[in-house]
Design a protein around this ligand. Sequence first.
Ligand code: NAD
Length: 256
Amino acid sequence: MLKGKTALVTGSTSGIGLGIAKALARQGANIVLNGFGDVEGPKAEIAALGVKVGYHGADMSKPADIEAMMHYVAETFGRTDILVNNAGIQHVAPIEDFPPERWDAVIAINLSSAFHTTRLALPAMKAANWGRIINVASVHGLVASVQKAAYVAAKHGIVGLTKVTALENATTGITCNAICPGWVLTPLVQKQVDARAAAMGVGNEEAKKQLLAEKEPSLQFTTPEELGELAVFFCSEAAKNVRGVAWNMDGGWAAQ
Ligand code: NAD
């Protein structure tokens, strides 16, 4: 379905980004990975799906790095047809103790980076009159939780950016939508499981159960594979008039 298209997925060396990258690759899209840590493992996993794979190590908190990454995609693959803004970090603390530099980092990586990639990807998408921009927001783009001031602000912000991007391109073949997951058991969430286990004096399994029970009525984690399939739907022809939605896959979290 996506043969001949190129998808850039930010923060795709692990977790949800890698899940989405693999789902798009299974549909035939060439993939550009981005992120830190092990790069060769994820590259090999994508290449095994029979598509071309590239990588750029841009730090998503740095606009100059983001510009270099967008040039790399254009030069190596022709154009970014599918842009998945997924890179994200978390910091948990009450507002009065929230370190200002962590606030700045969360806003830069979880929100401003998507503005930069989007503004740089749009001209070529417009020239082709085809594009898919998928912003990985969060259920925290729809509702709040305590101690996540920067994250909740950034995620509400990216839902707003999603709507503006969708509206500005509403008469074109470019759509922009957001995905709002509940808990997904990735390294980002495992840190919160570990913190809870330490604070409550319980084991890993009990901490996971408590985390789910507090917020997610289904008592189940959403998986990167499931989120990948939602991204594939947004890229399909059938979704060409789905514009500006913030689609939660959260086990009922936001329905409460
Ligand atoms: P993760 O920690 O597994 O992956 C984050 C990815 O971003 C990694 O590839 C990492 O290398 C990359 N990254 C981090 N900082 C970066 C930077 N400065 N520049 C470039 N890349 C950077 O986390 P995840 O859970 O897969 O999260 C992915 C996205 O999904 C985030 O935007 C997160 O907010 C969102 N999300 C996660 C959950 C969850 O429960 N895990 C729920 C809702 C939304």
